[in-house]
Design a protein around this ligand. Structure first.
Ligand SMILES: *Cc1c(COP(=O)(O)O)cnc(C)c1O
Length: 374
């Protein structure tokens, strides 16, 4: 079909928008490169698969697929409320936490208003900000030689806040760096923000991180009415394909988020799976153990090759190669190994590698060794 250009008709925020670049799916790699037996360590998925309790629960849900899901997610919200010791009115469910990040932008931003985030932050923050025509105020990251290289600089973020600021996005641990923030310092930061600024603490990797070190913002909601904490079932719970995440906040904020939320944004399988996964403590414990071991294998293996590794409290490492990550990535793809080039984040000489199973970690290290020697 002839392709017409409608960009002149699009609202300005959308006209300039660059779509999110996802990790390459295995099926696409195998179709394009004619390779087989590929592995994907590109999207921070759980290499152990989905929570077995979630899988079992979904099976019982199939007979009811013809019914619309519970638009208010009653049972899941009850369980989450119990887990976080909050009222269900504090919860907003999303089609992945990406969904609630977009709701936040829709509710609190518009042209003339600003969102603050760090230089190397999750790509969805700038996309959501731009989509609604708001202005991004980007704080420089911590320097490469800092103890948390390329991580969030809370002082720099604070300095970006203006009377027009409505949202500050902070991820802890952060993606794509893996770095984390000291809990007390982050808490002081949230407390220092003026009341017209809402602080979004994105805890997508919280199940992997050591809570004592990085703090747990979900326990600070009573103290800070302008705090929003986002969580997801995509990472440690292994449910990325179902798309479910949530925000915890003061009910006054949740009420606004739920006004823009499409009524049936979370499907019935996702609601059921998430409810069951929440109680799958054994799976989370095993995931944490496998991840901790794998992180160490990747870190030491990469460092043995002379590759710089950024400290990580998540389920991936950001590795610095001193040569183009895009070129390395292309060579890895030919070996059936998918990792994540991060040139779109301004990190040209880096690759982000998700922790896999023991066998997958050995395979990516072997492939990298070969590529770096050739
Ligand atoms: C993966 C990730 C998310 C989660 O995305 P979903 O939409 O819940 O799958 C959110 N924030 C960060 C920083 C992430 O890396």
């Amino acid at each position: 079909m002839k392709h017409y250009d409608y960009s002149e008709l699009a609202v300005p925020g959308v006209r300039e928008l660059m779509p999110y670049t996802p990790g390459k799916p295995i099926s696409e790699l195998e179709r394009e490169y004619g390779v087989s037996d590929s592995i994907k360590l590109a999207s921070n998925e759980n290499p152990l698969g989905a929570s077995p309790k979630a899988l079992a629960a979904i099976a019982g849900e199939l007979d009811d697929l013809w019914l619309y899901p519970d638009a208010n997610g009653f049972e899941l919200k009850q369980a989450l409320a119990g887990r976080h010791d909050v009222d269900p009115a504090c919860i907003t469910l999303g089609n992945g936490s990406n969904d609630v990040l977009v709701f936040l932008a829709q509710v609190f931003l518009q042209p003339g208003l600003e969102a603050v985030f760090s230089e190397y932050c999750f790509a969805v923050y700038p996309i959501a900000t731009q989509m609604v025509g708001a202005t991004a105020r980007v704080a420089p990251a911590l320097p490469r030689d800092h103890a948390m290289p390329l991580g969030h600089d809370l002082r720099a973020l604070y300095e970006m806040v203006s009377p027009e600021t409505r949202l500050v996005f902070v991820a802890n641990p952060n993606n794509p760096t893996g770095t984390w923030l000291d809990g007390q310092r982050l808490k002081d930061f949230v407390g220092s923000l003026p009341p017209h600024v809402i602080c979004v603490v994105d805890e997508a990797y919280s199940e992997y991180a050591d809570g004592d070190r990085r703090g747990d913002a979900s326990t600070w909601l009573d103290e800070f009415p302008n705090l929003v904490v986002t969580r997801t079932f995509s990472k440690a719970y292994g449910l990325a394909g179902l798309r479910i995440g949530y925000a915890l906040s003061n009910p006054g904020i949740a009420d606004l988020l739920n006004r823009v939320r499409p009524a049936f944004n979370v499907n019935s399988l996702a609601l059921t799976a998430a409810r069951a996964a929440l109680d799958d403590h054994e799976f989370i414990t095993r995931s944490r153990t496998v991840n901790a071991e794998g992180l160490e294998v990747l870190r030491s293996g990469l460092e043995a090759m002379g590759v710089g590794v950024i400290p990580s409290a998540a389920n991936f490492v950001l590795a610095e190669f001193g040569v183009s990550g895009g070129v390395l990535n292309e060579k890895l793809l030919r070996q059936g190994v998918i990792v994540r080039p991060v040139g779109n984040y301004g990190l040209d000489n880096y690759l982000r590698i998700t922790v896999g199973t023991a066998a997958q970690n050995e395979r990516v290290l072997a492939a990298l060794r070969q590529v770096l020697e050739s």
